[in-house]
Design a protein around this ligand. Sequence first.
Ligand SMILES: NC(=O)c1ccc[n+]([C@@H]2O[C@H](COP(=O)([O-])OP(=O)(O)OC[C@H]3O[C@@H](n4cnc5c(N)ncnc54)[C@H](O)[C@@H]3O)[C@@H](O)[C@H]2O)c1
Ligand SMILES: O[C@H]1[C@H](O)[C@@H](O)[C@H](O)[C@@H](O)[C@H]1O
Length: 340
Amino acid sequence: MTKKNVLRIGVIGTGAIGSDHIRRCTQTLSGAQIVAVGDVNSDNARKAVSSYNINAKVYDSGHDLIKAEDVDVVMVTSWGQTHAEYVLSAIKAGKYVFCEKPLATTIKDCQEIIEAEQACGKRLVQVGFMRPYDKGYRELRNAIANGDIGMPLMVHAAHRNQSVGENYVTNMAIVDTLIHELDVLRWLLEDDYVSAQVIFPRSTRHTHAKLRDPQIILLETKSGIRIDVEVFVNCQYGYDIQCAVVGEKGIVSLPEPASVTMRSDAKLSKSILTDWKERFIDAYDIEVQDFIDSCLAGKLTGPSSWNGYVATVAAEACVKSQETGKVEPISLPNCPSFYK
Ligand SMILES: NC(=O)c1ccc[n+]([C@@H]2O[C@H](COP(=O)([O-])OP(=O)(O)OC[C@H]3O[C@@H](n4cnc5c(N)ncnc54)[C@H](O)[C@@H]3O)[C@@H](O)[C@H]2O)c1
Ligand SMILES: O[C@H]1[C@H](O)[C@@H](O)[C@H](O)[C@@H](O)[C@H]1O
């Protein structure tokens, strides 16, 4: 990439989050321009171009987009199972790539990515884990690191979506939803997981035949911290992310998103958000601006493909436990110095 002030981005996958990232790069952030878009459903790509009135070329093939001379960096926001091939292709082209979670859906594909990236001798991949950029999670991490609650002992977390579609099935509670907690909790606690177990309570009547909902995931870390995460993706009432860390001398909890307090009709109320786009809007803005700035500066510092790999290893143990009902071990090789 030649040194310049504006980063030319090509986006592969222009659905919900792809379009939202195009919007933020075009209307909110600085230093970037969307010059190319691609989607297997070319109507989606054309819609993104017209909705945001951008001067971007539409590609039928994501691989051709990656190779295009005027594309400096790539953003992969297609379905999870297609991420690996595009990330590998971007690494091969020597281009920085922002890949939405998950980095890849199999451990083997994640390994291939970290090997290819290391062979390049330079970090080229940032994974779209935005929670470490969220102000609330950063405050939680600082409080823990400052020793404000003493040694952390337990974490109680919940990840609730208002509802999901028919194509969302049981393992997606892990690979699509819990994956955020799998990434952010080890960052928060500066610890790694050693085991996982998934438990199924009675299912809600708002689910369908191929989705066990809710689920409880129990994790244990190297230092012995016990974590329970409730994943409930048809909770009906809103989009709700909870996290409380219990320490030896106190508890620190994720703040609720800011909202006015309403007194009306003899009720005292606050609204609850319903959409992930709104709940983490500031975090996504900071995350993508960080990617743009890091590419322009020639050094990536955000969540790496090692983070993506570790989350996928933990997710695989959880999916196995969904099938066996047992506590499944999680074992990881040491983090290569390249990613430290
Ligand atoms: N970080 C977050 O909070 C967050 C939020 C939402 C989605 N995501 C992730 O982003 C990805 C996309 O999710 P979404 O909700 O936008 O899905 P979506 O279905 O709304 O959009 C995905 C788009 O990718 C396109 N696509 C699929 N396969 C493709 C391929 N091989 N090549 C090019 N385009 C292809 C689809 O046609 C669709 O337009 C997923 O991996 C998801 O987990 C992350
Ligand atoms: O892809 C989305 C996204 O990652 C959201 O942040 C999460 O809450 C949803 O469960 C998931 O389906």
